[in-house]
Design a protein around this ligand. Sequence first.
Ligand code: HEC
Ligand code: HEC
Ligand code: HEC
Ligand code: HEC
Ligand code: HEC
Length: 462
Amino acid sequence: MKNHILLAIFASSFVFGNITLSSNSSSVNNTREEYVLIGWNDLGMHCANQDFSNIAVLPPFNNVRAQLIEKIPGEMPQIRTTGFRIEYSIPGNTYSVGKTNFWQYAQDLFGLPEPLPDNIGLTGLGLAGEMALHDQYFEAVGIPNTPYTDDDLVNEQPYQLIHLEAIDESTGALLATTDVTIPVSNEIGCVQAGCHSSETQILYEHEDEDGYDPTATPILCASCHASNALGTTGDPEARSMSYRIHKKHREEGPLYNINTCYKCHPGPDTQCFRGVMESGVDELMICQDCHGTMNTMYQSIDQGREPWLDEPSCGDGNCHGANYAEEPNALFRESQGHGGMFCSACHGSPHAVYPTRVDNDNLQSISLQGHAGTLSDCAVCHTSWPGGGGPHGYSGEPFETMGDANLDGEVNVLDIVVIIGFILGQDAPDDIEFAVSDLNGDGNLDVLDIVLMVQLIIGDQL
Ligand code: HEC
Ligand code: HEC
Ligand code: HEC
Ligand code: HEC
Ligand code: HEC
């Protein structure tokens, strides 16, 4: 029986010849690729004031990054930038003016030469637009989103989705899309947490320093207290915002309790720390496990720590160690690992390491590999199993691709029929079909591949 199939195949092949990835193959290649778009938020949470009339700690300012990967059959995946663009939008959240009074005070607070146009943030971006292109990634810095959807101006929704679309600049074709969280919270708890009776009270409690005038509202604390989040250098005597705020409040709340930090960092409702280290392992972690207590927070600054820039590290010897480390002297969010992919592309944002307890955080992993969690499935980016040498040395699960000409996930006699169809010219294979059918990898689909196919199928049955 098997011999008969073989003979029949030989016969037809000799009669009808073969097809080849010929000299015009480049045009075939360029129209049939598959692209993967992976996005993430840089910090895992952005805080912003809602009311800027008295005090401004942080403006609406969100950052999203993305990497676009081209999957090339038979080759390694490639990170693409030049020649492509990524557009973003936040479905159901299309304006910010009125959801916060930021635009009323922005010019004054940030010393801008002109008023900011409505719904445009400090870097000139709006709630929809185009990401900027960098060497190996795309980035939108300063999206002025709020936690309020257009439909609900009352209840905060801190974990909304941003929609990203990758477009081929030359053809205008939509290549890939993804949806990731663009987290923002107004839960800066000075008054909300029940600690201060009003923001005005905070202003009047401030020491009577030279140049400090509680009536000169709105007041940007970072104008005197240096903040690396806002890029202000402040007044050296006033010291940094992080130093002052953590020192001043060091006795508010138990030292080793996450709720001490949630009084100001969002927060009892938002609970920004939500990833696998918060909820997914035997021993659940709290902020203090990585950052130390309120005392550590300011004393470490006395010892030379730079707020926002010197932060905990996965690669710390007491944590995951060298095989899982960031790049030397780089923050997690700035580090790239396997194949030039950012750590966050596979693991998510800081404080929201996959999988998280917020459904929206998990959507991208689920859509790319069928389940939440680290992007661990090599097939997300690779068209055939690389056989090892993956992220941190993982080899991943082998996945069946060669021989699966009809792309149904199985290699069987139906694939032989399909390959014969290709050879007879009844059907033109696309790139992936071609690659999985070209078993000997010689760039031709011909009888030799069918011989190998038969061996593959018989081999599987033995
Ligand atoms: C005009 C400059 C200026 C502005 C604006 C300003 N500060 Fe200060 N602040 C200072 C200086 C200077 C000191 C340090 C005084 C000292 O050395 O004791 C200080 C001290 C502090 C302290 C420590 C006080 C203590 O009792 O330990 C806190 C907390 C603080 N500021 C918070 C804020 C907050 C919050 C804002 C925004 C609402 C703000 N500051 C705005 C100049 C300023
Ligand atoms: C009283 C309010 C308050 C509390 C309580 C608080 N923070 Fe903060 N924290 C802030 C503010 C405000 C900033 C922003 C400072 C700036 O703009 O530079 C900040 C910034 C930070 C930063 C980034 C700057 C840096 O120093 O690296 C870290 C990390 C941080 N907080 C950790 C914690 C942890 C951990 C806790 C609980 C142990 C905590 N905070 C409790 C108000 C607070
Ligand atoms: C598992 C360790 C870990 C825990 C737990 C943790 N953090 Fe962090 N945190 C980090 C790391 C790592 C960074 C640096 C991330 C980066 O930007 O690359 C960081 C950075 C920060 C920053 C600076 C902004 C940023 O993302 O760089 C703030 C603010 C902060 N953490 C607050 C908190 C608060 C508040 C909690 C608890 C609710 C907390 N962290 C829990 C590891 C941790
Ligand atoms: C291409 C995807 C990918 C990239 C990029 C990547 N990782 Fe991973 N990482 C994995 C996979 C897969 C695992 C295996 C465990 C899992 O499934 O979560 C892992 C595990 C880890 C772990 C947990 C190790 C343990 O002790 O269990 C840490 C920490 C880690 N990675 C840090 C990083 C850092 C830091 C970077 C950036 C320098 C990075 N990773 C880049 C895929 C990736
Ligand atoms: C999120 C995308 C992604 C995932 C998931 C992924 N890779 Fe890769 N891989 C890449 C990229 C991009 C390259 C870089 C190719 C280049 O530049 O030539 C690469 C390159 C490689 C290489 C070539 C050597 C090197 O490191 O550049 C090997 C081997 C490899 N990957 C194995 C694996 C294995 C095994 C897995 C699964 C455990 C895996 N990869 C998962 C994106 C990914």
